[in-house]
Design a binder for this molecule. Structure first.
Ligand SMILES: C[S@@+](CC[C@H](N)C(=O)[O-])C[C@H]1O[C@@H](n2cnc3c(N)ncnc32)[C@H](O)[C@@H]1O
Length: 321
Protein backbone atom coordinates (compact mmCIF):
# COMPACT_ATOMS: atom_id res chain seq x y z
CA UNK A 1 0.00 0.00 0.00
CA UNK A 2 1.24 3.51 -0.77
CA UNK A 3 3.12 5.10 2.16
CA UNK A 4 0.88 8.19 2.02
CA UNK A 5 -2.28 6.12 2.52
CA UNK A 6 -0.64 4.22 5.40
CA UNK A 7 0.36 7.51 6.98
CA UNK A 8 -3.22 8.81 6.68
CA UNK A 9 -4.57 5.58 8.19
CA UNK A 10 -2.28 5.90 11.21
CA UNK A 11 -3.26 9.57 11.65
CA UNK A 12 -6.96 8.63 11.50
CA UNK A 13 -6.70 5.69 13.89
CA UNK A 14 -4.70 7.75 16.40
CA UNK A 15 -6.98 10.83 16.22
CA UNK A 16 -9.65 11.75 18.69
CA UNK A 17 -12.27 10.77 17.65
CA UNK A 18 -10.77 7.94 15.59
CA UNK A 19 -11.60 7.56 11.92
CA UNK A 20 -10.70 5.62 8.78
CA UNK A 21 -10.08 7.77 5.67
CA UNK A 22 -13.04 7.46 3.33
CA UNK A 23 -11.05 6.39 0.25
CA UNK A 24 -9.48 3.41 2.07
CA UNK A 25 -12.67 1.39 1.60
CA UNK A 26 -12.16 1.48 -2.19
CA UNK A 27 -10.06 -1.59 -2.89
CA UNK A 28 -11.22 -4.28 -5.35
CA UNK A 29 -13.84 -5.53 -2.82
CA UNK A 30 -15.16 -2.04 -1.97
CA UNK A 31 -15.38 -1.00 -5.62
CA UNK A 32 -17.30 -4.18 -6.47
CA UNK A 33 -19.70 -3.62 -3.55
CA UNK A 34 -20.18 -0.01 -4.68
CA UNK A 35 -21.06 -1.17 -8.19
CA UNK A 36 -23.46 -3.83 -6.83
CA UNK A 37 -25.13 -1.32 -4.52
CA UNK A 38 -25.81 0.99 -7.48
CA UNK A 39 -27.47 -1.93 -9.28
CA UNK A 40 -29.42 -3.48 -6.38
CA UNK A 41 -30.30 -0.76 -3.85
CA UNK A 42 -33.40 0.71 -5.43
CA UNK A 43 -33.87 3.28 -2.67
CA UNK A 44 -30.39 4.64 -3.45
CA UNK A 45 -31.78 7.39 -5.66
CA UNK A 46 -28.50 9.18 -6.56
CA UNK A 47 -27.33 6.78 -9.27
CA UNK A 48 -30.68 6.71 -11.06
CA UNK A 49 -30.88 10.50 -10.94
CA UNK A 50 -27.33 11.00 -12.23
CA UNK A 51 -27.98 8.49 -15.02
CA UNK A 52 -31.23 10.19 -16.01
CA UNK A 53 -29.45 13.56 -16.30
CA UNK A 54 -26.67 12.04 -18.41
CA UNK A 55 -29.13 10.08 -20.55
CA UNK A 56 -31.26 13.14 -21.31
CA UNK A 57 -28.70 15.95 -21.24
CA UNK A 58 -25.17 14.64 -21.92
CA UNK A 59 -25.02 17.15 -24.80
CA UNK A 60 -25.60 20.03 -22.33
CA UNK A 61 -22.59 18.98 -20.26
CA UNK A 62 -20.30 19.24 -23.29
CA UNK A 63 -18.97 22.77 -23.90
CA UNK A 64 -19.58 24.26 -27.31
CA UNK A 65 -16.05 24.67 -28.65
CA UNK A 66 -14.85 24.37 -32.27
CA UNK A 67 -11.94 22.02 -31.49
CA UNK A 68 -11.99 18.39 -30.32
CA UNK A 69 -12.27 17.78 -26.59
CA UNK A 70 -10.27 15.39 -24.42
CA UNK A 71 -12.35 13.66 -21.75
CA UNK A 72 -11.04 13.28 -18.20
CA UNK A 73 -12.94 11.26 -15.59
CA UNK A 74 -11.79 11.74 -12.00
CA UNK A 75 -12.76 8.88 -9.64
CA UNK A 76 -14.03 7.05 -12.70
CA UNK A 77 -15.00 3.71 -11.08
CA UNK A 78 -16.31 1.38 -13.79
CA UNK A 79 -17.01 4.36 -16.13
CA UNK A 80 -20.61 3.20 -16.65
CA UNK A 81 -22.10 6.70 -16.30
CA UNK A 82 -19.26 8.19 -18.35
CA UNK A 83 -20.35 6.17 -21.37
CA UNK A 84 -23.20 8.59 -22.06
CA UNK A 85 -20.67 11.40 -22.47
CA UNK A 86 -18.22 9.18 -24.39
CA UNK A 87 -20.97 8.27 -26.86
CA UNK A 88 -22.00 11.88 -27.34
CA UNK A 89 -18.40 13.04 -27.89
CA UNK A 90 -17.65 10.24 -30.37
CA UNK A 91 -20.82 11.22 -32.26
CA UNK A 92 -19.44 14.79 -32.53
CA UNK A 93 -15.75 14.27 -33.16
CA UNK A 94 -15.49 10.62 -34.36
CA UNK A 95 -12.64 9.70 -32.01
CA UNK A 96 -11.87 10.53 -28.41
CA UNK A 97 -8.88 10.61 -26.06
CA UNK A 98 -10.05 9.50 -22.62
CA UNK A 99 -8.19 9.78 -19.27
CA UNK A 100 -9.98 7.88 -16.46
CA UNK A 101 -8.31 8.32 -13.05
CA UNK A 102 -9.03 6.22 -9.96
CA UNK A 103 -7.33 5.10 -6.77
CA UNK A 104 -8.70 1.56 -7.18
CA UNK A 105 -6.18 0.32 -9.75
CA UNK A 106 -7.31 -3.24 -10.45
CA UNK A 107 -10.93 -2.20 -10.78
CA UNK A 108 -10.00 0.64 -13.12
CA UNK A 109 -7.93 -1.64 -15.38
CA UNK A 110 -10.84 -4.10 -15.69
CA UNK A 111 -13.12 -1.24 -16.72
CA UNK A 112 -10.53 -0.08 -19.28
CA UNK A 113 -10.27 -3.56 -20.81
CA UNK A 114 -14.04 -3.63 -21.27
CA UNK A 115 -14.13 -0.16 -22.82
CA UNK A 116 -11.31 -1.09 -25.24
CA UNK A 117 -13.21 -4.18 -26.38
CA UNK A 118 -16.35 -2.16 -26.91
CA UNK A 119 -15.07 1.03 -28.53
CA UNK A 120 -11.92 -0.22 -30.32
CA UNK A 121 -10.05 2.50 -32.23
CA UNK A 122 -12.72 5.14 -31.57
CA UNK A 123 -11.48 5.57 -28.01
CA UNK A 124 -7.85 6.02 -26.95
CA UNK A 125 -7.67 5.32 -23.23
CA UNK A 126 -4.94 6.56 -20.88
CA UNK A 127 -5.78 5.12 -17.43
CA UNK A 128 -4.20 6.76 -14.40
CA UNK A 129 -4.04 5.12 -10.99
CA UNK A 130 -3.71 8.03 -8.59
CA UNK A 131 -5.19 9.83 -5.59
CA UNK A 132 -7.25 12.79 -6.81
CA UNK A 133 -6.83 14.64 -3.53
CA UNK A 134 -3.08 14.92 -3.93
CA UNK A 135 -1.85 14.12 -7.40
CA UNK A 136 -3.18 15.36 -10.74
CA UNK A 137 0.20 16.01 -12.43
CA UNK A 138 -0.35 13.57 -15.29
CA UNK A 139 -3.60 15.34 -16.18
CA UNK A 140 -1.83 18.70 -16.20
CA UNK A 141 0.36 17.49 -19.09
CA UNK A 142 -2.65 17.02 -21.42
CA UNK A 143 -2.68 19.58 -24.20
CA UNK A 144 -5.88 21.07 -25.64
CA UNK A 145 -9.38 21.52 -24.28
CA UNK A 146 -10.57 19.18 -21.55
CA UNK A 147 -14.02 18.22 -20.39
CA UNK A 148 -13.50 16.98 -16.85
CA UNK A 149 -16.07 14.78 -15.10
CA UNK A 150 -16.14 14.18 -11.36
CA UNK A 151 -19.20 12.01 -10.82
CA UNK A 152 -20.52 10.63 -7.55
CA UNK A 153 -17.51 11.71 -5.51
CA UNK A 154 -17.48 15.26 -4.13
CA UNK A 155 -20.06 14.40 -1.47
CA UNK A 156 -17.80 11.80 0.08
CA UNK A 157 -15.17 14.26 1.26
CA UNK A 158 -14.98 16.64 4.21
CA UNK A 159 -16.09 20.23 3.48
CA UNK A 160 -12.49 21.48 3.41
CA UNK A 161 -11.38 18.60 1.14
CA UNK A 162 -14.26 19.27 -1.28
CA UNK A 163 -12.97 22.80 -1.73
CA UNK A 164 -9.30 21.81 -1.92
CA UNK A 165 -9.96 19.00 -4.44
CA UNK A 166 -12.00 21.37 -6.61
CA UNK A 167 -9.18 23.89 -6.33
CA UNK A 168 -6.67 21.19 -7.36
CA UNK A 169 -8.89 20.25 -10.33
CA UNK A 170 -9.03 23.94 -11.32
CA UNK A 171 -5.21 23.86 -11.70
CA UNK A 172 -5.54 21.48 -14.67
CA UNK A 173 -8.11 23.74 -16.40
CA UNK A 174 -7.59 26.52 -18.94
CA UNK A 175 -10.30 29.08 -19.73
CA UNK A 176 -11.60 26.71 -22.47
CA UNK A 177 -11.99 23.70 -20.18
CA UNK A 178 -15.12 22.74 -18.32
CA UNK A 179 -15.69 20.66 -15.21
CA UNK A 180 -18.99 18.87 -14.56
CA UNK A 181 -19.43 17.33 -11.12
CA UNK A 182 -22.51 15.69 -9.67
CA UNK A 183 -23.98 16.32 -6.24
CA UNK A 184 -26.89 15.06 -4.15
CA UNK A 185 -29.59 17.70 -3.46
CA UNK A 186 -31.95 15.44 -1.46
CA UNK A 187 -32.80 16.88 1.93
CA UNK A 188 -35.61 14.53 2.97
CA UNK A 189 -34.47 12.60 6.05
CA UNK A 190 -36.71 9.63 5.20
CA UNK A 191 -35.41 9.33 1.65
CA UNK A 192 -31.80 9.58 2.83
CA UNK A 193 -32.10 7.03 5.65
CA UNK A 194 -33.92 4.56 3.38
CA UNK A 195 -31.16 4.87 0.80
CA UNK A 196 -28.31 4.30 3.26
CA UNK A 197 -29.92 1.60 5.43
CA UNK A 198 -30.75 -0.79 2.60
CA UNK A 199 -32.20 -4.21 3.40
CA UNK A 200 -29.42 -6.01 1.51
CA UNK A 201 -26.83 -4.36 3.77
CA UNK A 202 -24.74 -3.16 0.79
CA UNK A 203 -24.10 0.32 2.17
CA UNK A 204 -23.19 -1.09 5.56
CA UNK A 205 -20.70 -3.53 4.01
CA UNK A 206 -19.18 -0.74 1.89
CA UNK A 207 -18.81 1.51 4.93
CA UNK A 208 -17.27 -1.33 6.94
CA UNK A 209 -14.94 -2.42 4.15
CA UNK A 210 -12.18 -0.19 5.55
CA UNK A 211 -12.10 -2.37 8.70
CA UNK A 212 -12.30 -5.61 6.71
CA UNK A 213 -9.44 -4.37 4.51
CA UNK A 214 -7.26 -3.67 7.58
CA UNK A 215 -7.81 -7.33 8.55
CA UNK A 216 -7.05 -8.55 5.01
CA UNK A 217 -4.02 -6.41 4.28
CA UNK A 218 -2.51 -5.20 7.54
CA UNK A 219 -2.70 -8.40 9.57
CA UNK A 220 -5.21 -7.19 12.19
CA UNK A 221 -8.01 -9.39 13.54
CA UNK A 222 -10.61 -6.74 14.39
CA UNK A 223 -13.84 -8.54 15.35
CA UNK A 224 -16.79 -6.49 14.05
CA UNK A 225 -19.11 -8.39 16.44
CA UNK A 226 -17.52 -6.37 19.26
CA UNK A 227 -18.98 -3.16 17.75
CA UNK A 228 -22.41 -1.79 16.90
CA UNK A 229 -22.90 0.08 13.59
CA UNK A 230 -24.66 3.47 13.50
CA UNK A 231 -25.85 5.75 10.74
CA UNK A 232 -27.56 9.13 10.97
CA UNK A 233 -28.54 12.09 8.77
CA UNK A 234 -27.57 15.60 9.87
CA UNK A 235 -29.48 18.36 8.03
CA UNK A 236 -27.82 21.77 7.78
CA UNK A 237 -28.86 24.38 5.23
CA UNK A 238 -26.44 27.13 6.29
CA UNK A 239 -25.03 28.60 3.03
CA UNK A 240 -21.46 27.84 4.08
CA UNK A 241 -22.04 24.22 5.01
CA UNK A 242 -23.99 21.12 3.92
CA UNK A 243 -26.08 18.21 5.20
CA UNK A 244 -24.45 14.81 5.56
CA UNK A 245 -24.69 11.19 6.65
CA UNK A 246 -22.59 10.14 9.61
CA UNK A 247 -21.47 6.51 9.97
CA UNK A 248 -19.51 5.04 12.83
CA UNK A 249 -18.97 1.90 14.88
CA UNK A 250 -19.20 1.95 18.68
CA UNK A 251 -17.20 -0.44 20.88
CA UNK A 252 -19.50 -2.69 22.97
CA UNK A 253 -16.60 -3.34 25.39
CA UNK A 254 -12.97 -2.25 25.87
CA UNK A 255 -10.96 -3.65 22.93
CA UNK A 256 -7.32 -3.76 21.81
CA UNK A 257 -6.30 -5.07 18.38
CA UNK A 258 -2.70 -4.93 17.09
CA UNK A 259 -2.46 -3.79 13.44
CA UNK A 260 1.00 -5.20 12.52
CA UNK A 261 1.13 -3.66 9.02
CA UNK A 262 0.73 -0.17 10.50
CA UNK A 263 2.82 -0.78 13.62
CA UNK A 264 0.04 0.45 15.94
CA UNK A 265 -2.75 -0.99 18.10
CA UNK A 266 -6.42 -0.08 17.75
CA UNK A 267 -7.36 0.53 21.39
CA UNK A 268 -10.93 1.60 22.19
CA UNK A 269 -12.87 2.06 25.39
CA UNK A 270 -16.44 0.74 25.71
CA UNK A 271 -18.77 3.31 24.08
CA UNK A 272 -15.98 4.94 22.02
CA UNK A 273 -16.72 5.73 18.35
CA UNK A 274 -14.66 5.03 15.26
CA UNK A 275 -15.91 7.08 12.28
CA UNK A 276 -15.95 5.47 8.83
CA UNK A 277 -14.92 8.71 7.12
CA UNK A 278 -12.70 11.69 7.82
CA UNK A 279 -14.34 15.00 8.69
CA UNK A 280 -17.84 15.31 10.05
CA UNK A 281 -19.68 13.11 7.55
CA UNK A 282 -20.02 11.42 4.18
CA UNK A 283 -22.58 11.28 1.37
CA UNK A 284 -23.18 15.02 1.75
CA UNK A 285 -26.37 16.74 0.51
CA UNK A 286 -26.61 20.35 -0.59
CA UNK A 287 -28.80 23.27 -1.44
CA UNK A 288 -27.86 24.96 -4.73
CA UNK A 289 -26.68 27.98 -2.76
CA UNK A 290 -24.30 25.78 -0.76
CA UNK A 291 -22.88 24.29 -3.98
CA UNK A 292 -22.37 27.73 -5.48
CA UNK A 293 -20.46 28.78 -2.33
CA UNK A 294 -18.18 25.71 -2.50
CA UNK A 295 -17.44 26.29 -6.20
CA UNK A 296 -16.62 29.95 -5.54
CA UNK A 297 -14.44 29.15 -2.52
CA UNK A 298 -12.46 26.85 -4.86
CA UNK A 299 -11.86 29.77 -7.25
CA UNK A 300 -14.20 28.47 -9.99
CA UNK A 301 -17.43 29.88 -11.47
CA UNK A 302 -20.70 27.95 -11.59
CA UNK A 303 -21.74 28.29 -15.24
CA UNK A 304 -24.94 26.23 -15.01
CA UNK A 305 -26.77 23.32 -13.38
CA UNK A 306 -28.69 20.30 -14.68
CA UNK A 307 -31.23 18.72 -12.32
CA UNK A 308 -33.22 15.49 -12.70
CA UNK A 309 -37.01 15.29 -12.70
CA UNK A 310 -37.14 13.94 -9.13
CA UNK A 311 -34.86 16.77 -7.92
CA UNK A 312 -32.45 14.34 -6.26
CA UNK A 313 -29.22 15.12 -8.11
CA UNK A 314 -27.54 17.99 -9.92
CA UNK A 315 -24.64 18.30 -12.34
CA UNK A 316 -22.75 21.56 -11.75
CA UNK A 317 -20.98 22.94 -14.83
CA UNK A 318 -17.93 24.92 -13.73
CA UNK A 319 -15.46 27.09 -15.58
CA UNK A 320 -12.45 29.14 -14.55
CA UNK A 321 -13.18 32.70 -13.36
C1 LIG B 1 -18.80 6.64 -5.51
S1 LIG B 1 -17.63 6.03 -6.66
C2 LIG B 1 -18.08 6.85 -8.15
C3 LIG B 1 -17.61 6.11 -9.37
C4 LIG B 1 -18.08 6.69 -10.71
N1 LIG B 1 -17.59 8.02 -10.95
C5 LIG B 1 -19.60 6.69 -10.74
O1 LIG B 1 -20.19 7.77 -10.56
O2 LIG B 1 -20.18 5.61 -10.91
C6 LIG B 1 -16.18 6.90 -6.17
C7 LIG B 1 -14.96 6.52 -6.99
O3 LIG B 1 -13.86 7.36 -6.64
C8 LIG B 1 -12.73 6.57 -6.37
N2 LIG B 1 -11.96 7.29 -5.35
C9 LIG B 1 -12.30 7.49 -4.04
N3 LIG B 1 -11.37 8.24 -3.44
C10 LIG B 1 -10.42 8.52 -4.39
C11 LIG B 1 -9.22 9.27 -4.38
N4 LIG B 1 -8.81 9.87 -3.26
N5 LIG B 1 -8.50 9.34 -5.52
C12 LIG B 1 -8.92 8.71 -6.67
N6 LIG B 1 -10.07 8.00 -6.73
C13 LIG B 1 -10.80 7.90 -5.61
C14 LIG B 1 -13.25 5.23 -5.90
O4 LIG B 1 -12.32 4.19 -6.11
C15 LIG B 1 -14.51 5.10 -6.74
O5 LIG B 1 -14.26 4.45 -7.96
Amino acid sequence: MADELKRRLVVGLESSPKYIPFSYKYDEVGSRLQKESCEHVHDYYVTASEVSILQNSAQDIIPNVPNDLTLVDIGSGDCSKTRFVIDELIKRQNTLAFYPLDISGEFLMKAVTKLKEEYGDLLTIHPIVSDFMHELDQLRQIKGTKLILWIGSIFNQSYEDQISTLRLISTIMTDQCQLAFSADITLSRDAVLKAYNDDGGYKRRINLNGISRLNREEGSMIDLDKFSYHLDFIRNTHPEYMSYVRAFIEAKEDVQYPIPGLGIDLTMKKGEHLYLHEGTGLSCKYTLEQLQTIVEKAGLRLAGTLIDKEKHAVFCRCVTK
